[in-house]
Design a protein around this ligand. Sequence first.
Ligand SMILES: [Zn+2]
Length: 308
Amino acid sequence: MEEPEFRIGMQFANKDELKESIREYAIVQGRNIKLVKNDNKRIQAKCAGHTKCPFILWASKIDRDKQTFAIKSLSLEHECTRVDKLKYTNSRWLSKRFADKIRKNLDWDVGAFKAEVLEKYHMNVSKHQIYRAKNLSKVIIEGSYVEQYARLWDYVEKLKKANKGSTMIIKNKMKGCRPLIGIDGCHLKGPYTGQVLTAVGIDGNNGLYPVAYAVVEVESKSTWIWFLQLLIEDLQIKNGKAWVFMSDKQKGLIPVIETLLPTAEHRMCVRHLYSNFRTEHAGLAMKNILWVAARATTIPWYEAEMAR
Ligand SMILES: [Zn+2]
């Protein structure tokens, strides 16, 4: 399908394949090609660039019962000039044509991508189209990986039936729980005022373990940024995705963690949530339900407790 070279007698498996080849031809040639006839028996394509442009492609079904189309008449000359923008070079086409490159480099720079389209096809596409093409590809690539991994067990069962006597093993590598850090600030008492910012974990004896603390004038967005940047550096946190942070609902802290560790999980401390919750929903029964919901490890379990 890439850089099609049309000839008389050339066959296409079906109409869609022929139309796709014409689109691809139009892009490679930099010409606006319109379909003046487009039904289930024939396709006639003409150049829209110039009223007198002699380009023409005529194809029709070779057999009434089959889907195959063949080129019956053809004139490949153009008297028009190339254009560098076509409706065919949309994000769908970009994601398809550059699928391999996007797959190998999901962070492919938008400018570099745009430059490559210009160099290879002499076509100008917008940055917006590039963004959309990359997102389209990501959805397809990640979706297909997820689907394939989810079917590994089915695959092994099939292999066991098809290749009797062979050994198939799936070994799951569970890397345990994600490290969890609780962060909070509190006021200092005594003659020297200020606030303490803390980061704590839980040790093997289920006791609180102070990871880091700092004394600051006031708890604010900028002091949290300073504190957390030091913490990230000191703990050598490279992949935020592996970490979970827990705090109360202090306004400044949520955007700070979002900025410094955009992939980390950030959850609210239930004890803090409860202190607000109990003013509206008093009683031990409600307290217990809240904690059971907080501890739920599956979505249906969580939803059932929340409904209660
Ligand atoms: Zn032309």
